[in-house]
Unconditional design. Sequence first.
Length: 289
Amino acid sequence: MPSGSSSLVRAAAIQMNSCADVQQNLKTVDDLLTDAASRGVAIAFLPENLAFMGVRDEDKLAHVEDPGNGPIQEFLADAARRHNLSVVAGSLPLRSSEDGKCYGASVVYDSEGKASAIYRKIHLFDVDLPERDERYRESGTMDVGSDLVVVSSSVGQLGLSICYDLRFPELYRRLVDQGATVFSIPAAFTATTGKAHWHSLLRARAIENLAYVVAAGQHGTHPGGRTTFGHSMIIDPWGQVIAELAAGDGIADADIDTTMPGRLRAEFPVLEHRRIGSLRNERGQDRIE
């Protein structure tokens, strides 16, 4: 792997087992942020559904907040200030204009507690796993986001995504086109799909885009019997797992070299060699540029 000068920023992927008690979950978040701050972490990434996982999908609708207003967001902003670190809130329920639905939204807070970006989950997990008698229908209670979000952060240009988005590589190509050098991929990945695909998909997104991946996950069994995979991790742009927490509440932390994506992209210019673009020929088909 090419070498060079570095500018290191400590990042942490925080792993937890959210339940149906919001206050208990936020207490866990605060304890883990305290630990992260003690390790010199500058930016902490929280998992999907950090504040609430209920028995039924519709239970989360009781905790929907308007953007910038509500106890969950107030807690996160305050925690970022108290711990003097940036916080990427993996997902929380924000209000949709459609009755009976919310957005799964990832909110980024700077170290002063200011919300600098909101990403609303684009790909919803509507999947049947017959071998495990599992059925998921996020679209029943969630609205679909439509906007790509890249935001400046201490670790570089941060491209936001959530869980099931991971399976759609075209999303991450678009984020790279908007300047992303680091991907946030918070998740509540099922144990079944996690064992099969979690590591492979995360490493693929890092390798094919020469970008860091920070994946903060839920772990263990939650109300209603859903079991999530854990294995929160940080992966470098060469595809190496540089931090991982397999199970339990805790932190996977590592230094992110903010110069590494740029160096690799210059020395190994695979992104410049792409020939399949968004232009279409006269028959409406994608064509090679």
